[in-house]
Design a binder for this molecule. Structure first.
Ligand code: ADP
Ligand code: ADP
Length: 226
């Protein structure tokens, strides 16, 4: 099954900027997929459209065979998003952020509590569970964003530039964690402008430039040609 299927997707912002031009992209279930491109290429716009944060102009998107236009709720429930920017209410406590997010997806508290605890332990945030999120370090905030994206057990995890501005140690531990959840069955798509990051993690890759997919192949073939 395909985790994601994008057909003829275009996006023109209201100011006339044509950010995506007839994009086609397929990601298989279980894949670890990189969307690589320079700043301004259209990576965040693509992710915005997949996650319903940005309205598309034309085209269609299916997430695990569910059409985003006809059943947005279902499609959204399959996806966990780790955005680029830290976007929490800083006064809210760490664990509460996760439990509230689970509730937003309709998970009962009896499931949300243990799921939140599990993620807090896995991501090294257990000691901070009662701390307001604004007093976390930058690295902890990143990990909290990952925990929040995973709390409802999404089949597809999407990360927008996950290690931009992250130090080497945290980058390594994030990579290890992502490899683990991918091995356990979660499909992962990340955007990056570092080939090194894509190379280290991903099996398949699309390269986007000026709103167009200019390459879509497996990582080995790409590296053989470089
Ligand atoms: P949509 O077409 O999805 O409704 P808009 O064109 O209304 O999106 O833009 C959404 C928001 O992003 C607006 O507040 C706009 O000012 C802001 N914005 C405009 N230009 C840029 C840019 N180059 N990068 C990021 N955000 C921008
Ligand atoms: P990337 O994530 O690859 O850096 P983006 O998807 O953020 O690229 O941006 C693609 C293009 O669309 C850029 O030229 C950017 O300035 C423009 N853009 C992004 N968001 C908006 C917006 N809300 N309104 C207008 N233009 C935007």
């Amino acid at each position: 099954m395909k985790a994601l299927s994008i057909k003829n997707l275009s996006k023109t912002y209201r100011n006339g900027m044509q950010a995506l031009k007839e994009i086609n992209l397929d990601v298989e279930q279980g894949d670890f997929f990189a969307l690589l491109g320079p700043n301004g290429a259209g990576k965040s716009t693509t992710i915005g459209v997949i996650t319903s944060l940005v309205t598309k102009s034309t085209g269609s998107i299916q997430v695990f065979d569910t059409d985003l236009d006809s059943d947005a709720e279902q499609a959204k429930s399959y996806i966990g998003l780790v955005p680029q920017e830290f976007n929490f209410n800083g006064f809210e406590q760490v664990k509460h952020i996760l439990v509230a997010q689970a509730g937003y997806y309709g998970m009962p508290a009896s499931q949300a509590e243990p799921r939140a605890d599990e993620l807090l332990k896995q991501l090294g945030l257990w000691e901070k569970r009662d701390t307001p999120s604004r007093s976390l370090s930058g690295g902890m905030k990143r990990r909290l964003m990952i925990a929040r994206a995973l709390v409802h057990n999404p089949r597809l995890l999407i990360l927008d530039e996950p290690t931009a501005g992250v130090d080497i140690e945290l980058r390594r531990s994030m990579w290890t964690f992502l490899r683990k959840i991918n091995a356990e069955g979660t499909t992962i798509i990340l955007t990056t402008h570092y080939l090194e990051e894509a190379e280290s993690l991903c099996r398949n890759i699309a390269i986007i430039d000026k709103g167009q997919i200019i390459e879509n192949t497996d990582m080995k073939s790409l590296l053989n040609r470089l």
